[in-house]
Design a protein around this ligand. Structure first.
Ligand code: ZN
Length: 111
């Protein structure tokens, strides 16, 4: 079985510049991905299984917008609160977001 993602590549630079160039609000969040020492005993990091199947924990506790360049704080805050209702990704969904942001395509193979 093969799974792919084709989400938009945003590119490099500051996120608020991309939002401003498109005339949209820059609303930011941050998530925590839990890592753990390799359970096979090697001194390497692996992703803790707790990072999958549930939304990742916010590092901010709520979406933020202080970097937005829109100049319309009322509308910006409305959008910010709408984004507070959008589930954060779990680890697998985050993998697709990271891949798309850098122009990669993710392919899952059964082995
Ligand atoms: Zn804004």
């Amino acid at each position: 079985m093969t799974t792919t993602s084709s989400a938009e590549r945003i590119g490099s630079g500051a996120g608020y510049e991309h939002a401003a160039a498109r005339g949209t609000h820059y609303i930011e969040e941050a998530v925590r991905v839990y890592l753990m020492r390799d359970p096979n005993g090697t001194d390497t990091w692996v992703v803790d299984p707790a990072s999958f199947d549930e939304p990742l924990c916010s590092d901010y506790n709520q979406p933020l917008n202080p970097e937005c360049r829109c100049g319309d704080s009322a509308d910006c805050n409305r959008v910010r609160w709408r984004m507070a209702e959008v589930d954060l990704p779990d680890g697998e969904e985050l993998m697709f977001l990271l891949a798309a942001a850098r122009g990669y395509t993710v392919i899952k193979t059964e082995s």
